[in-house]
Design a protein around this ligand. Structure first.
Ligand code: PEP
Ligand code: MN
Length: 327
């Protein structure tokens, strides 16, 4: 659905078209009656008042948004555990292991993340694995370890909720609830996660359109989440050199055109630790409000996603993109 501008019967349509072009609009004339201009993508963002002020425009018809609650958080810094994300807030840096494996590795990861300037510790207690024979996570034990390690280093906790029955347990240990790619359109889970009343990190499904992603965010906000931060983590590509295809165009659309809080996960996007620092830079350049990266104190021993886990040097390289936050 597009915005439509109804013209005065006496208007000079060509002059109106020229004025719209100067406002960065891609306008198609509809002969009517009434004569009207339809504004098509990729028209520049413009206020309703600016369109109404164009001489010859009688009426501005803006279609109702399918995701009004998501639109409501545009251009604002939204709450996200110990920090705010988006708007004028400084970029946020989240780091931690793919999986929370033990109390000791959680403490080591939290110490390294805090030293590097991260404000939140990530780590999965319940893991969505492609194979049922792969490590599935340490469950409720891991939630306790993650919380203890984060508290010891003054960090917030973001961790994934995999299923409805575990929402309360995860909410009890976390500051931000993560909905993973594989669950982006699990609508029953979205309702249950939203009802927990906590900020949500919503990862993009591997083949979701931006509209589907935004509507998933709408489910969460409608169900009671105070904020939804979108996380681009790569979509299905065709080249096995990278695990996924980081869609920086999507980041730019959400950040620049829509003013939404959006983070990037360059770890799952690439599957390769060597590409995480450069794609952190690319993400921030594209408008991301921060990144979430995987780090492991001993990547060779990681129980999941070892090849993409940053070591100490990699974590420092990422931290260099967040000047002022490293401790
Ligand atoms: C994760 O961040 O732990 C994860 C499983 O990511 P994704 O849902 O993006 O695959
Ligand atoms: Mn992982």
């Amino acid at each position: 659905m597009s915005t439509v501008l109804i013209l005065d019967p006496a208007a000079d349509a060509k002059a109106v078209g020229g004025a719209l072009k100067r406002l960065g609009q891609w306008a198609s004339l509809l002969e009517g009656p009434p004569r009207a201009y339809r504004l098509d993508p990729p028209s520049a963002p413009v206020t309703r008042a600016a369109l109404a002020a164009v001489p010859g425009v009688a009426q501005v018809l803006v279609p109702a948004s399918p995701h009004p609650r998501v639109d409501g958080q545009a251009h604002r810094a939204v709450p996200f555990g110990p920090v705010a994300v988006g708007g004028d807030a400084p970029p946020v840096f989240i780091a931690g292991p793919c999986s929370v494996e033990s109390l000791q590795t959680a403490h080591e990861a939290a110490a390294a993340a805090a030293h590097a300037g991260a404000r939140l510790l990530r780590g999965g207690a319940y893991k969505p694995r492609t194979s049922p024979y792969s490590f599935q996570g340490k469950g409720s034990d891991a939630l306790g370890w993650l919380r203890e390690a984060a508290d010891a280093h003054g960090l917030g906790v973001v961790t994934e909720v995999l299923s409805e029955p575990t929402v309360d347990a995860v909410a009890g240990a976390a500051d931000v609830l993560q909905v993973g790619s594989r669950n982006m359109q699990n609508f029953a889970l979205l309702k249950a996660v939203g009802a927990a009343g906590m900020p949500v990190l919503l990862k993009r499904a591997m083949a979701a359109t931006l509209e589907e992603w935004l509507l998933a965010g709408e489910y969460l906000l409608d169900a009671g989440a105070p904020s939804v931060v979108f996380c681009e983590r790569g979509i299905k590509g065709f080249d096995p050199q990278t695990r996924n295809l980081l869609d920086l165009g999507a980041v730019a659309v959400l950040a620049h055109a829509m003013g939404q809080p959006v983070l990037v996960d360059p770890s799952h996007a690439t599957g390769r630790r060597d590409l995480v620092p450069p794609l952190t830079a690319a993400a921030l350049a594209a408008g991301a409000a921060g990144v979430m990266v995987e780090y492991h104190p001993d990547p060779a021993q990681a129980l999941s996603d070892g090849p993409q886990a940053l070591d100490a040097a990699g974590l420092a390289a990422v931290a260099a993109h967040f000047p002022g936050s490293a401790r």
